[in-house]
Design a protein around this ligand. Structure first.
Ligand SMILES: Nc1ncnc2c1ncn2[C@@H]1O[C@H](COP(=O)(O)OP(=O)(O)O)[C@@H](O)[C@H]1O
Ligand SMILES: O=P(O)(O)OC[C@H]1O[C@](O)(COP(=O)(O)O)[C@@H](O)[C@@H]1O
Length: 310
C-alpha cells in the first residue's frame, strides 16, 4: 500500500476563458472542479494504475466535504483529519484561445496545534499498512517548516520509504531527514540551490548536489523536456516525443506516482524513469486536473526515450 500526505489539499477550479484580457472583465464559459492538492493527485494516479493507496491529510469546511465526495465517487481510500477552517480553492484559468494557463494558488487555512497533533496520530494509524509514504505540496499556515523533516524521520524509524515533493524551506528542511526520493521541477531546484540551471551539464551537477544534501534519488523534472534522475551512481535522462497538451496541472504529481509505484516494486532507476515520464506525459493529454489514463500510460511506456548520462 502507498500512503500519501497532503497537508494543504485544494478544490481545483478550472475555468475556461476564450481570450483572457488582464485588467478587463472576462466572461468564462466553463468551470470544472477536481479534488486537488499534490498528495491527493499522487493517490489518484497510483489508484488509476491499479495499485492500493490511501490519501491522508487535513480537510475542513464545505470545500473539504466536496473533495471527499469527489474522492468517494472515484472509489479512492482516504482519511482526512478534520480542521475548523475551510480547505482552500485553487483557480486554474485556461485560455482556450492561446492555450496558456494561469494558476492562482491560495495559502490555505490556518491549522491549530491540536489539529496537527491529531493528524500525526491519524497518519500513524492510517499508514500502518503502507511501506511507502509520499509527502507532497505546500504547507498551510500554522504548521512548522520542520513538518516534513518530522514526518520523514518518524517514517524512517518505522522502516518505511518516503518521497518528498515540495519547495523552498520545506524541501530544504525535509532533505535533512534523508527521504528516498525528491522531485523538484527546474524552478524549485534553482530556488533550492540559489542558481540558474540552464544547461544539461548544470542540471546533472545540481542533481548530484541534491543527492549529497540527503536525497536517495534526485529527480529534476523539466516539463516537456522530461526529467533527469540521479541516485548517486547513475544519471539518467528520460523524455517523450511531442504530445498535444490539454493541461499540465498534475503532470508532476503523476510523475511522482510513477516513481512511487516503481520504488514499491523495487524497479531499477531506468524502469522508474520510464514509468514516471510515461505517467507525466499521459497526464498532460487530459484536461484540468484529470491526471493520466492507464491506457495512455501503456501506450507511452515502450516509447519513452532513455539516455544514460553517467
Ligand atoms: N508540455 C509537456 N509535454 C510533454 N510532457 C510534459 C509536459 N509538461 C510536463 N510533462 C511531463 O510531466 C513531467 C512533470 O512536469 P513538470 O512541469 O516538470 O513538473 P511540475 O508539474 O511538478 O512542475 C515532465 O517530466 C514530463 O514528463
Ligand atoms: O500545494 P501547492 O504547491 O499550492 O499545489 C497545489 C496544486 O498543485 C496540484 O496538485 C498540481 O500539481 P502539479 O501540477 O505540480 O503536479 C494541483 O492539484 C493543485 O492546485
Amino acid at each position: 500500500m502507498i500512503a500519501t500526505v497532503t497537508l494543504n489539499p485544494c478544490l481545483d477550479k478550472h475555468i475556461d476563458v476564450h481570450g483572457l484580457v488582464l485588467y478587463e472583465t472576462n466572461r468564462w464559459h466553463r468551470m470544472s472542479k477536481y479534488a486537488g492538492g499534490k498528495g491527493i493527485d499522487v493517490s489518484r494516479a497510483v489508484y488509476e494504475m491499479g495499485f492500493d493507496t490511501i490519501a491522508c491529510g487535513l480537510l475542513g469546511g464545505e470545500e473539504g466535504r466536496e473533495i471527499e465526495t469527489l474522492l468517494t465517487e472515484q472509489g479512492l481510500k482516504y482519511h482526512f483529519t478534520p480542521i475548523s477552517q475551510p480547505t482552500r480553492s485553487c483557480f486554474i484559468i485556461y485560455d482556450t484561445k492561446t492555450h496558456r494557463q494561469t494558476n492562482l494558488n491560495a495559502p490555505g487555512p490556518r491549522i491549530a496545534p491540536p489539529e496537527l497533533k491529531m493528524f500525526y496520530e491519524d497518519l500513524l494509524r492510517e499508514s500502518a499498512a503502507s511501506s511507502l509514504i509520499v509527502m507532497s505540496g505546500s504547507v498551510p499556515p500554522g504548521v512548522p517548516s520542520s513538518v516534513y523533516f518530522t514526518l520523514i524521520s518518524h517514517a524512517r524509524k518505522l522502516g518505511k520509504q518516503t518521497i518528498l515533493d515540495t519547495a523552498g524551506k520545506y524541501l530544504r528542511e525535509g532533505l535533512k531527514a534523508k527521504p528516498c526520493l525528491v522531485k523538484p521541477n527546474i524552478r524549485e531546484a534553482e530556488e533550492l540551490l540559489g542558481r540558474k540551471l540552464e544547461t544539461e551539464a548544470e542540471i546533472i551537477l545540481a542533481a548530484k548536489e541534491i543527492v549529497r544534501m540527503g536525497a536517495g534519488i534526485e529527480v529534476i523534472s523539466m516539463g516537456k523536456k522530461g526529467l533527469i534522475a540521479c541516485d548517486g551512481k547513475q544519471v539518467i535522462k528520460a523524455s517523450s516525443a511531442y504530445v498535444r497538451v490539454k493541461s499540465t496541472v498534475g503532470a508532476g504529481d503523476s510523475t511522482v506516482a510513477g516513481f512511487a509505484i516503481s520504488l514499491r516494486r523495487g524497479d531499477s532507476l531506468e524502469e522508474a524513469c520510464r514509468l514516471g515520464v510515461a505517467m507525466g506525459t499521459a497526464a498532460v493529454m487530459t484536461p484540468g486536473t484529470e491526471l493520466c489514463h492507464r491506457e495512455d500510460v501503456q501506450y507511452w511506456l515502450p516509447r519513452i526515450k532513455i539516455r544514460r548520462l553517467a
